[in-house]
Design a protein around this ligand. Sequence first.
Ligand code: BTN
Length: 240
Amino acid sequence: MKILKFNCIDSTNTYGKTNFDTLEDGTAIIADEQTHGKGRFNRVWVSKNCENIYLSLVLKPQNHAHISNFTQYMSVAAAKVLGTYGVQPQIKWPNDVLINNKKICGILSEAVLKNNKPAGLVLGIGVNLNCDAQTIASIDKPATSLNLETGKNINKEEFLQKLLDTFFENYENAEQYGFEGFKEEYLKYTGFLGKTVYIQQRDNAQKEQYVAKNIDNQGNLIVTDSQNKEKIIYSGDLIY
Ligand code: BTN
């Protein structure tokens, strides 16, 4: 696998998209620091040089049927690796990874189109590995870092290798079968099913209250409203 390493870059996702045509399938782009780290819904991903993971994978799958599930597949890989450090990660639908209800890992997938047809995607992941408490406190939502949870400094190279190995171990399965190929594992990390939750479609949009019931075979969230009517949620932020 080709790994491109940068000390400082605007965003590993942006680099992957700009250079998509010339990068091989499976290329990993890694930076120590990002000046314009991007999050979901045009948010900023705080990307200081803290020995954190800022990684993007350039993926050019043969089968495009399930590429929308790759973020959830990556969240399972990240949760598995985090679990090896003695913490108990949870996945917050669709793909945030939390420890003790605080976000430790975010995932952003960006599709790449050629002549209006999907050519592949850039799958970015940020994991807080060695952040100081002050940087964590500056993040506008509850956040944490693996060193703060374990009380130990985390070896970044080791974590990165474990993450890449775990992701590519069952990648073909996720490509072929989509969410169904890893649903059982995903469900092991969900702590929100059965709970009252709120869905927010955008920042500052009204929060809608539901009960989270299940995840369907495509990875969508099934909820019930106050009338006990079932609804499928395809995207948005889950708050609980
Ligand atoms: C989120 O909002 O939760 C998604 C955050 C994704 C951050 C990662 S860091 C590496 C890659 N490059 C970016 O600019 N964003 C992603």
